[in-house]
Design a protein around this ligand. Structure first.
Ligand SMILES: [Zn+2]
Length: 358
């Protein structure tokens, strides 16, 4: 494991591969013929949006992070939102939202045309002999699947899954976990968490089928036991294996509300801090460093203060190829890291074409 190089993926990295940006997920769910269980989930979400976000009645949807935070805050504080939305129905709306996010990301994942994540890992492995440590700000599992595929291709039958650096209890994951570290700061659509006993499982979803042999094999095994992600998220599969409570995916809003009480997420943030402090080179792809993303900003600022000049590569796409100081995202990085950054404006694909960079 090359712990000297850390790769950080933001939403722009997924977008470059053809996946949705976070704020496109809701619109896509309502406007496109996704394989969403329309009977069970969309009507609840539609009703919640129309009752609580007035612009939604005319088709203008709220930003996804705001919606997640709004629901989580109401549930967390034990509030009701008017006579129609008591705690039970708010929990139903949150579950519907979780499923809709999952369905859209799954749908797009199966149709990805370009997997730049995989190409980057391949190139980094050829250059350094080992894989880098990854920090992902995305819920999707493009990085997860790319690492799984590379590990499988190396002929290693055991160390296949990435090491999420948190306490995953699933037997199949533990049996086949490798040493490629993947820290998902906002959770992951393939994680199922039991809020009652804190058990965290990794589920296998349909998007892995055809991707790698091991995922395909595991998916059919899970399907036979009614334990695939799809089955468990639609409540047709098993509940928590330890305590039989209902499980939920771990997808935390990037801006407004951080569920640090989830012990797995706390551990991941701690590990990310440790990993960054040891890094010698950092590649940040498709993360716009928004001002209100204070927790990530703080983590990066603290964790990367030891680095010297030109040790942080920032990969953005700008057709005008503006200098960092002239670009809104570049300016934010310059403010935080000064001469430590190398500013690349040719996007994920262009960056890979020029790789290895000096
Ligand atoms: Zn449990």
């Amino acid at each position: 494991m090359d712990s000297n190089t850390v790769v950080i993926f933001g939403a722009g990295a997924t977008k470059a591969c053809g996946g949705p940006l976070t704020n496109e997920i809701l619109t896509r769910a309502f406007n496109t013929a996704y394989e969403i269980d329309r009977e069970q989930f969309l009507p609840t979400l539609e009703e919640f949006l129309s009752d609580n976000f007035y612009a939604a009645q005319s088709g203008e949807l709220p930003p996804l992070p705001l919606l997640i935070s709004f629901l989580d805050t109401a549930i967390d504080r034990g509030h009701a939102l008017g006579p129609k939305w008591d705690q039970g129905r708010l929990i139903d709306a949150r579950r519907a939202l979780d499923y809709v996010i999952f369905a859209v990301l799954e749908h797009d994942l199966k149709k990805l045309q370009k997997n730049y994540y995989h190409t980057l890992y391949d190139k980094l492995k050829k250059k350094a002999g080992t894989l880098p440590v990854t920090i992902s700000l995305n819920y999707d599992i493009i990085a997860d699947n790319a690492l799984t595929r590379i590990n499988e291709a190396s002929g290693n039958d055991e160390g296949i899954f990435p090491d999420y650096l948190c306490d995953v209890a699933s037997d199949l994951y533990r049996k086949k976990m490798g040493d490629s570290k993947l820290l998902k700061l906002h959770g992951s659509l393939n994680w199922l968490y039991c809020p009652s006993c804190n058990r965290l499982d990794v589920g296998i979803s349909n998007s892995g089928v055809g991707f790698t042999k091991v995922l395909e094999q595991l998916y059919s095994e899970e399907k036979a036991k009614h334990e695939t992600l799809e089955q468990r998220l639609t409540c047709q599969g098993r509940k928590c294996i330890s305590c039989h409570s209902e499980v939920k995916p771990v997808m935390i809003s990037p801006t407004y509300f951080k569920d640090y009480r989830n012990p797995h997420i706390s551990r991941i943030w701690y590990e990310a801090d440790q990993v960054l402090r040891k890094a010698k080179r950092v590649i940040i792809i498709g993360y716009s460093l928004p001002d209100d993303d204070l927790d990530v900003l703080y983590l990066l600022k603290r964790g990367l203060s030891h680095l010297g000049d030109n040790s942080i590569d920032i990969v953005e796409f700008d057709s005008d190829h503006r200098l960092a100081e002239k670009h809104p995202v570049g300016r934010r990085y310059v403010t935080l890291f000064g001469k430590r950054i190398n500013w690349h404006t040719d996007g994920f694909e262009g960056f890979l074409d020029r790789f290895p960079i000096s």
